[in-house]
Design a protein around this ligand. Structure first.
Ligand code: ADP
Ligand code: NA
Length: 350
């Protein structure tokens, strides 16, 4: 079997929001207790949708600051910036040749982000999942904590790994670089592991506060739709008070949230912030109105987020410190990635 290794990444684009925190960063923190973890700021991904950025170095530092302020230990684990390790892009090129165009065309995130004018989207936006597979597999990582929106990309990473393993079966044997695993019931001699997505908890997909059918997103034009990690207590309070809801009281059972996306979203956010289940939240708030529940949610959100916000601000003022962390993480990541790329080159015949 492959040695367990956790990998995930966050793009340095725009403000981090509560969806990024609950769907990803909070899980990163929990996983570090009993795993070897690599957490990456994925700057190469950030130029797929928008090429020119006002302050990319500042955005990169702010993601690293969010990781550390949330509780990730950059000494025990690796925190680094993607472009510091050129092997991500190198393996992505190989994966561009492994993956099929049809696989990429089926990605719902590409369809969403490319919009109507697909012919005018960057080639990088189409190939994004191939780079994401390379980010993970250049470390032969086995577990990937992400929000629910990334599920399809992780299935694609498994398809890429599987096709590479099968296409190069003989060469993987000959170079002695493979590991025996079983996929389904089939024994496979694999160079790359089948990555396991870690998606779950009470809020795997945090929805917009203005529209319970859309995910909370950096790219939503309405700032009222999301809680940003850098929002102060007053702003958080305003956004939750203005959050769209229905007129009914909260149900006392989870089944009662069916067809009430806004209510379900707020209860899920509460449960995730309190590290509990929706059922537990409803056993406390069932039968109560949003006028009671919303102020409780504001208090909880502020108590969880304000220490993180304060620490992020402090870290972002100390540019040298953040840069040193990223540099050291980049060196450690590079050593591991170099080993994989050397073996991949042997397998292919470069
Ligand atoms: P965004 O999707 O906001 O552009 P990224 O692509 O950098 O941000 O995603 C960073 C992480 O945050 C990913 O693991 C992604 O699944 C997670 N994430 C993003 N939005 C949400 C959301 N609304 N709910 C849950 N997780 C989310
Ligand atoms: Na995303």
């Amino acid at each position: 079997a492959f040695k367990p290794l956790v990998f995930s990444g966050v793009q340095p684009t725009g403000n981090l929001h509560l969806g990024n925190y609950l769907g990803a960063i909070r899980k990163f923190v929990a996983l570090q207790e009993s795993n070897d973890c690599i957490y990456c700021v994925v700057d190469l991904h950030s130029i797929t949708a928008q090429l020119v950025h006002e302050d990319l170095p500042g955005q990169i530092r702010s993601i690293a600051a969010a990781f550390i302020a949330s509780g990730i230990d950059p000494k025990k684990h690796i925190v680094f910036n993607q472009s510091a390790v050129p092997h991500h892009a190198e393996l992505a090129w190989v994966f561009n040749c492994v993956a099929r165009i049809g696989w990429m065309n089926r990605m719902t995130q590409f369809k969403d982000k490319a919009g109507k004018d697909r012919e005018n989207a960057s080639l990088g936006l189409l190939a994004y999942p191939s780079l994401m597979a390379a980010d993970i597999l250049v470390y032969r990582a086995t577990h990937v904590p992400v929000g629910d929106d990334q599920k399809q990309h992780l299935e694609l990473a498994r398809d890429i790994a599987m096709k590479f393993n099968l296409d190069f079966k003989e060469k993987i044997r000959r170079t002695g670089t493979g590991v025996d695993i079983t996929v389904g019931d089939e024994p496979v001699h694999a160079y790359f592991p089948m990555v396991e997505p870690l998606i779950g908890g009470p809020a795997p997909r945090v929805m917009s506060l203005r529209d319970g059918t859309k995910k909370m997103s950096k790219s939503d034009p309405s700032d009222l739709s999301r809680i940003n990690l850098m929002d102060d207590a007053e702003t958080i309070s305003k956004k939750i008070r203005k959050a769209k809801t229905d007129p009914d009281a909260l149900p006392s059972e989870v089944e009662g949230l069916k067809d009430r996306p806004e209510a379900e979203n707020l209860v899920g956010i509460y449960a995730a912030l309190a590290d509990t289940s929706k059922a537990k939240v409803l056993s406390e708030f069932g039968g109560q109105q949003f006028s009671t529940f919303k102020p409780a949610l504001v208090d909880l959100a502020v108590s969880v987020l304000s220490p993180i916000t304060a620490e992020m601000r402090r870290l972002m003022d100390d540019t040298n410190h953040i840069d040193a962390i990223l540099r050291s993480g980049g060196e450690r990541a590079r050593e591991r990635a170099e080993k994989t790329m050397g073996e991949v080159s042997d397998i292919i015949g470069f």
